[in-house]
Each structure stands twice: as structure tokens, then as C-alpha cells.
Design a protein around this ligand. Structure first.
Ligand code: UD1
Ligand code: PEP
Length: 455
């Protein structure tokens, strides 16, 4: 492997490694070694928004160095929140200077993230108004926000959809609400939690999402002084309180990143210790990992993942927690291209999350995507002719190709496919991967990956 330019010396090709958008990857080598997984992208960003609700400074620990965090930080700062970090993942967030921000400033900082929508409740409580720009995030379906807006109206917000975003106001303040979600939406559940904690009166939320990241957000809000009870059958009661204080909290680990590296070990016949990974939040993933021919050791400070002989075909259906997480299926599909038999992956959360498989076929995989998925009336995702179920026939040797990253988990998947392939691949648009994977290039290097940043 050519020695990668270190951060301190400018690389020969003049490309600052950390800003690299194009990788040249030479495959055929197993990934072996240790990676450290920090806090979860899908938790830390929400906890940062929650700091707006506190009357005093909050401290958030194990914050990952990813671009989605940078987007939320800049949105908080344009609203007058002081954010200081120690360079090692501890953030201090002081909302005492919070104020309204101009549309242009907000729009300029919205980035490719979905998190801005979660600013609604806290800003309405704090300022009585909010402007939320159009959202980013992975293009894996329509990703509407109707559940969010319906909930905010029930809290008493006036919602005005505009060409470039949403303007909200709450002239009478916000009051408790009775809300049943049509689907256990993670974002909509977080929207309700972040709004209800300071609303006047009690809120009942039914059909709530209960992902581990949601439970950690509830823990943060409880630390701040909120009164939230989590009942059986996805029911959450929130008693609004007049004021909340700052919190001190260590983020839950990123189970999506941990699962990604586990799939990388399967795909490259490697052996990866994921420091920070915990069994409890990954039970469903670990069962599928073992059925697919993986072996894992649960240790005090992490989980060791490796292949245990030939990979075996599996049938997986994505679902809400505690089911198989939709964010896990893309890296798993890369590993299943090496399994000895026919696997199926039914994507039931998003209607368009299997398009990334076309590039895998370009690398030699045999994946057929069925737009209608499984024929079952209770399916979550409306039955439309989009990517719904993938049938993966293996094992198929992968060869290098020139591919363009479509989304966060698809991008990660292309990199491990290139590492598992024989020959050289060019993977473009890899900046998207930095949305959710901290120090991605450093980790690949630590695991023995043979690649260069070429653009
Ligand atoms: C930043 C973050 O935390 N992202 C995660 C979050 O996304 P996000 O919160 O956007 O995902 P949701 O759980 O809301 O979406 C699930 C399904 O509900 C639909 N829906 C959602 C909201 C709405 O108002 N109307 C509607 O129809 C979506 O289109 C999708 O089909 O949960 C997803 C499901 O675990 C994960 O894949 C994402 O990684
Ligand atoms: C879909 C994902 O993220 P986002 O909701 O931020 O697009 C993901 O983390 O896999």
C-alpha cells in the first residue's frame, strides 16, 4: 500500500486527505484490527438539539466527529448557542444567548442532514417562532414529514409551508396533545418528545418508536427535569414542565457503525474488534450475523467480529426496533454476495433503499431487486414500483469497478465491496460517508486497507 499522506504533511497529489472525494482501492485483502466506535450519529445530533431546552449549559460526551454533528453545531450557533468542544468528543452547549436567526443563515447551514426538523419544538418554546429549511439526509425514499407537522399542529403550532422550508409560530404557546403515529417513526417520536417536555399539560404518544437512541434521548430529557413515562405497547406519556436544566450525558454508541464494520469483516474474511460496541443494542443484528456464518466474541469493551468458515445465505426483513434495522441491510448485502446460496433482504421501512445494488452487480454480484417486495397487506411501505426486496445469489467473485456513492450506508457498502473485490476500484463522492462515519480513512488504514485518496 502506498503510504497515505499524514494529516501533518501535504500529500504529493495535493489532496487534503480528510477532504478526499475519490478513493482508489486495491481489493483482495482481509480487514484485520481494531476500530473505536464513538457516539451514535442518530443520537448525539438529537441530544445537541435538546440542549436548546435547558436553562443552563449541557455537556455531551463521546460526540462523533462527523459532518451531521457539524451541521447541527452550526445551526445551534446561528441561533446564538455557544458550542465548545475539547477536540476529544466532549461538547459544552450553552443556550443562554439563544436568539432568532435569519432565513439565509439557517438555510446556509442546513446541510445534508435531517436534523433541522427537530429544532421546531425547542425553538417554538424558546422564541415563539422557527424557520426550518428543506431537509437533507439519505435519498432512500420520499421521506415526508407529515407525521411531524401533524403533531406540531396538535401542540398548537401554526405551520406555514413555504417554497424553501417551513415557518412555524406559536402565539398562544404550546399545550399537551394526544398523538397516535401512523407508523413508529423515529424522527416523529423525537419531534413529539422535544416539543412535549415544555408544553403546558400532558402529552400521550401512541405507536412511538422505541429505538435505543430514542431511549437515550428520553434519559437525557429526564436528566434535564422532564417527566416522561414509557409504557408497554409503544405508549409514552410526557408531563410538560415549566423549565428544564442542562444535562451531562455520555452518548450511546453507534450501533449502525458497529454493524457496518461487522459486515466488513464478513465481506473481506477479516477479523475486526469494534471497541465500544455493546451486545444489548445489537441482539437482532448478532443473530443474523451468526446465521450468515459470522462468529463474534462479546468482550467488556467491545465485540470481536469475524467470519467462521463459509458464509451462509439468510432471509432478512428490515423493521422498526427491536427488528433488523434498515440501516444495517446495505453493508450486509455486500457480505451476502459471498454466501453460498440465495439470500433475500426485504426492505420494509423505506421504499427506495436498494438502488445501490446496481453498482454491486457492476462489480460481479448477482442481485435482483423486486419492486413489489413481499406480498403482505400489512406492509409499512406503500406498495409502489420501487426497490422493495433484493434476492442475492452467491458466492460471486467481485471485481474492481468505477462507482459513485449514492447515500451514507450505500457508500460504506461500496468501499467494503471494493476491498473484498479482486483488482482496483475507483469510489467517487465518498464525502457522503463522513456524514456518519468518524475518521473513516484512518480506520480503513488501521485495518490494513490498501487505498489512496486520489481526488
Ligand atoms: C437522523 C436519523 O435518526 N435517521 C434515522 C431515522 O430516520 P427518520 O427519523 O427520518 O426515519 P423514520 O423512522 O421517521 O422513517 C421511517 C418511515 O416512516 C416514513 N415517515 C416518516 C416521517 C413522516 O413524517 N412521514 C413518514 O411517512 C418514512 O418515509 C419512512 O418510510 O430513523 C430511520 C429508521 O430507523 C433510520 O433509517 C435513520 O438512520
Ligand atoms: C438513513 C440514515 O441517515 P439519515 O436519516 O440521516 O439520512 C442512516 O444513518 O442510515
Amino acid at each position: 500500500m502506498n503510504a497515505l499522506p499524514s494529516e501533518s504533511t501535504p500529500p504529493a497529489n495535493g489532496i487534503r486527505r480528510e477532504d478526499g472525494e475519490i478513493l482508489e482501492i486495491r481489493g483482495g485483502r482481509p480487514l484485520v484490527g481494531r476500530v473505536d466506535v464513538k457516539g451514535a450519529k442518530n443520537f448525539a445530533t438529537k441530544a445537541m438539539v435538546a440542549s436548546l431546552l435547558g436553562g443552563t449549559e449541557s455537556i455531551l460526551r463521546d460526540v462523533p466527529e462527523i459532518s451531521d454533528v457539524a451541521v447541527v453545531r452550526s445551526l445551534l450557533e446561528v441561533h446564538g448557542v455557544t458550542v465548545v468542544d475539547d477536540g476529544a468528543g466532549t461538547y459544552r452547549l450553552d443556550p443562554s444567548g439563544a436568539e432568532s436567526a435569519g432565513f439565509e443563515e439557517i438555510d446556509a447551514h442546513a446541510g445534508a442532514s435531517r436534523i433541522p426538523i427537530l429544532f421546531c419544538g425547542p425553538l417554538l418554546h424558546l422564541l415563539g417562532q422557527a424557520f426550518i429549511p428543506d431537509l437533507g439526509g439519505c435519498r432512500i425514499g420520499d421521506r415526508p414529514i407529515d407525521f411531524h407537522l401533524d403533531a406540531l399542529r396538535k401542540f398548537g403550532a401554526i405551520v406555514d409551508k413555504q417554497p424553501s422550508g417551513i415557518r412555524l409560530s406559536a402565539p398562544e404557546g404550546l399545550h399537551g396533545a394526544d398523538i397516535e403515529l401512523p407508523y413508529p417513526s423515529v424522527g416523529a417520536t423525537e419531534q413529539v418528545l422535544l416539543t412535549a417536555v415544555r408544553a403546558k399539560g400532558t402529552t400521550e404518544l401512541r405507536n412511538a418508536a422505541i429505538e435505543p437512541e430514542i431511549m437515550d434521548l428520553i434519559a437525557v430529557l429526564q436528566k434535564m427535569g422532564a417527566i416522561i413515562s414509557y409504557e408497554p405497547n409503544r405508549v409514552i406519556f410526557i408531563e410538560g414542565v415549566d423549565k428544564l436544566r442542562g444535562y451531562d450525558h455520555r452518548s450511546i454508541f453507534d450501533r449502525n457503525e458497529a454493524a457496518s464494520w461487522a459486515c466488513a469483516a464478513l465481506a473481506t474474511d477479516g477479523d475486526i474488534f469494534v471497541a465500544g460496541a455493546k451486545q444489548q443494542e445489537m441482539l437482532t443484528f448478532l443473530n443474523v450475523f451468526r446465521k450468515a456464518g459470522g462468529d463474534f466474541d462479546i468482550q467488556e469493551d467491545g465485540i470481536r467480529f469475524r467470519r467462521d468458515g463459509a458464509l451462509r445465505p439468510v432471509s432478512v426483513e428490515t423493521d422498526v426496533h427491536p427488528g433488523f434495522m434498515t440501516d444495517w441491510q446495505q453493508p450486509l448485502i455486500v457480505a451476502l454476495t459471498q454466501a453460498e446460496g440465495v439470500s433475500t433482504v426485504h426492505e420494509t421501512v423505506y421504499e427506495n433503499r436498494l438502488g445501490f445494488t446496481q453498482a454491486l452487480n457492476k462489480m460481479g454480484a448477482q442481485i435482483v431487486v423486486h419492486p413489489e417486495g413481499i406480498a403482505s397487506p400489512e406492509r409499512r411501505v406503500p406498495r409502489r414500483a420501487l426497490e422493495q426486496a433484493a434476492v442475492i445469489t452467491g458466492p460471486t467473485p467481485l471485481h474492481g469497478a468505477d462507482v459513485v456513492v449514492p447515500d451514507l450506508r450505500g457508500g460504506y457498502s461500496y468501499v467494503i465491496a471494493a476491498l473484498a473485490a479482486e483488482g482496483t476500484s475507483i469510489v467517487r463522492n465518498v464525502g457522503i460517508i463522513r456524514r456518519g462515519y468518524e475518521k473513516f480513512f484512518d480506520k480503513l488504514e488501521a485495518l490494513g486497507a490498501d487505498f489512496d485518496v486520489i481526488g
